[in-house]
Design a protein. Structure first.
Length: 233
């Protein structure tokens, strides 16, 4: 259980080292033996020598019952003591690994489907944002009759279709855009009406014509969005 060292004492040329050991044993013998090796230091080397065993007499601390007396009765104590719960790391690590494996298998198995669903979600969000911005520009034009607001609405429409279909119609002229979409009648009418107002400064019945042009352009964007989503299914 422990040991205690005492200073070396030298008498008549002989040095004595003393150490007191405190031992614990579970053997029942009253006299036991103990042998500690002796280590001699020689320069930078050491020499270990065996020593004869010493006899150790044990001192009993429990009272010895008298001869013929009855030993004391043992009282059992079966009351449960609270035990602090400990975190089970191996099971949690194994469970986490299993969840990651299942998630990886799901991602690998449904990666294309998940990617399509995410892309459809992004397209739906972008389309809703476009419609809101487009309606705001149209409303501003209706209130102010400013050609700047009309140009912003047309630019927004072109940029949206360019991003939706991954093309570059925002850099094309009206004639080139109509040709790109196979001479769509509604698109051709809408773009020619807006061009006449923006570039020709012709405001004859402009309120009715511009309202029709805005509606036709919005409906055309809706149709192109529906076509793109349908192809992704």
């Amino acid at each position: 259980m422990g040991r205690r060292y005492y200073p070396t004492r030298t008498r008549q040329g002989r040095s004595l080292d003393r150490t007191v050991y405190r031992l614990r044993t579970f053997a029942l013998d009253s006299v036991q033996t103990l042998a500690l090796p002796l280590t001699i230091l020689r320069g930078r080397d050491t020499l270990t020598l065996p020593v004869p065993p010493a006899r150790v007499r044990l001192v009993r601390t429990a009272p010895v019952p008298a001869p013929g007396s009855t030993p004391p009765a043992l009282r059992p104590n079966t009351r449960l003591l609270p035990v602090e719960p400990r975190f089970n790391y191996p099971y949690w690590l194994a469970g986490t690994g299993a969840v990651l494996l299942v998630a990886g298998a799901v991602v690998l198995g449904f990666r294309r489907r998940l990617r399509l669903r995410y892309r459809r979600y992004r397209l739906r969000k972008n389309h809703a944002y476009f419609l809101a911005q487009y309606a705001r520009h149209v409303e501003r034009f209706t209130l102010s009759r400013s050609l700047t607001n009309m140009e912003r609405a047309i630019t927004l429409w072109k940029n949206y279709l360019s991003a939706l279909e991954d093309n570059a119609i925002n850099s094309l002229t009206t004639k080139e855009i109509v040709r790109h979409y196979q001479n769509d009648a509604d698109l051709s009418l809408a773009l020619h009406l807006t061009d006449r107002v923006i570039y020709g400064n012709q405001f004859t019945e402009e309120e009715t014509e511009t309202d029709l042009a805005f509606v036709l352009l919005r409906d055309f964007a809706d149709r192109q969005y529906s076509k793109v989503v349908e192809v992704m299914r």
